[in-house]
Design a binder for this molecule. Structure first.
Ligand code: NAD
Ligand code: WQD
Length: 340
């Protein structure tokens, strides 16, 4: 059934890819984004890829109750996908209050507005970072939460707030999706990851080296207890993540209350695996040298993706080579991202 979906943070990396898949699946899309970490250009490209327009774009802060009231008054919103948040772990250590204000305050403002306007379906962007320094992998949804930085704490706090609100509002249905490491880009080369400044995440760092914007990769540690000593992560193609949200919309009514799902592939890749795969996929050499561990990093984070597979029949379909190929394609076509 086509729905009218409010997508907060819809111009961002995961949000823009999700808007494409929502439009392609016949849903009406309303975006709210303050563009603090995205370009309006991404939304133009979403409509171009999907061949359909976004119904409305509200340029506003998700904490702004008046703006939220206007959105819910102007559109018959059936469900909300809440991406809008700040996501840089290192920055969250430097400015924790800003992270609590935007990530937690944004979520409470949104949920309060949804309640006031009788909207009872929400998909929330959570993160594998809530598992912290995991000792047992793969991680199931029952693995203990142990956030190790303010960013991860904001996501864990939001999950608890949503659980409490579900206890308070029996008709509320919330899916919290804990993404592992989203990477890659749209295969069209029109949408991708466009971080401002020095990338925090490894994939945009690799593409910026390949395109000549950076010289070499520092491999953060080769003395972890992993086969090659470098950190292992569960990279998942951003289009798989986007398709996961379309599937989530179809399953919001399965059960009342808060349900939590990992979105990962179940396959771990080390930093050196990723460098090798990227070199093969792009044909570009990636100069790299071993550097000290990055504070706060963990050895290995890999999802057990079986809960979502059993519940929805959904699994990630694209491999690491596709992530590298698509990320490189976007960077080649957009050497400076969305900047003109
Ligand atoms: P992103 O920064 O590309 O997108 C976030 C979007 O939200 C941006 O368009 C930004 O302008 C907007 N935004 C930020 N603050 C806002 C505010 N106060 N009001 C309105 N809009 C605001 O990030 P992303 O990678 O697309 O991540 C989307 C969500 O997924 C975030 O909640 C993030 O925490 C979560 N997540 C991301 C990853 C990842 O590695 N990318 C992993 C796990 C979870
Ligand atoms: C991946 C691997 C690094 C950069 C982050 C957030 C997490 C989630 C996903 C939001 C690690 C290594 C990296 C570099 C390197 N986001 N690396 N050199 O840290 O796993 O997860 O994004 O929810 O919360 O913490 O991702 O891409 O930064 O690092 O060697 O220049 O690459 O040590 O092993 P991370 P990442």
């Amino acid at each position: 059934m086509p729905k009218t979906v409010l997508v907060t943070g819809g111009a961002g990396f995961i949000g823009s890819h999700t808007c494409v898949e929502l439009l392609r699946s016949g849903h009406e899309v309303v975006v709210l984004d303050d563009h603090s970490n995205s370009s309006p250009e991404a939304l133009e490209r979403v409509a171009k890829i999907a061949g359909r327009p976004i119904a409305a774009v509200h340029t506003a802060d998700v904490r702004d109750r008046r703006a939220l009231d206007e959105v819910f008054t102007s559109h018959p919103v059936d469900a909300v996908i809440h991406f809008a948040a700040k996501k840089a772990v290192g920055e969250s250590v430097r400015i924790p209050l800003t992270y609590y204000d935007i990530n937690v305050g944004g979520t409470t403002a949104l949920v309060a507005a949804m309640h006031d306007h009788g909207v009872h379906r929400l998909v929330f962007s959570s993160s594998c970072s809530i598992y912290g320094n995991a000792t047992v992998v793969p991680l199931t949804e029952e693995s203990p939460a142990a956030p190790t930085n303010p960013y991860a704490t904001t996501k864990w706090t939001c999950e608890q707030i949503l659980a409490d609100q579900c206890r308070h509002v029996p008709g509320l249905r919330v899916l919290a999706l804990r993404y592992f490491n989203p990477a890659g880009a749209h295969p069209s080369g029109l949408l991708g990851e466009d971080p401002s400044g020095v990338p925090n995440n490894i994939m945009p760092f690799l593409t910026q080296i390949a395109v000549g914007r950076r010289e070499e990769l520092s491999v953060f540690g080769d003395d972890y207890p992993t086969p090659d000593g470098t950190g292992i992560r569960d990279y998942i193609h951003v289009v798989d993540v986007a398709e996961g949200h379309v599937a989530a919309l179809d399953h919001l009514d399965d059960e009342p209350g808060l349900q939590v799902f990992n979105l990962g592939t179940g396959r771990g890749s080390s930093v050196l695996d990723l460098v090798r795969t990227f070199e093969e996929a792009s044909g570009q050499p990636i100069p790299h040298r071993i550097a000290p561990r990055r504070p706060g990093d963990v050895a290995e984070l890999v999802a057990d993706p079986s809960k979502v597979a059993a519940a929805w029949g959904w699994t990630a379909r694209r491999d690491l080579a596709a992530m590298c190929r698509d990320a490189w394609h976007f960077q080649q076509l957009n050497p400076y991202g969305y900047a003109p």
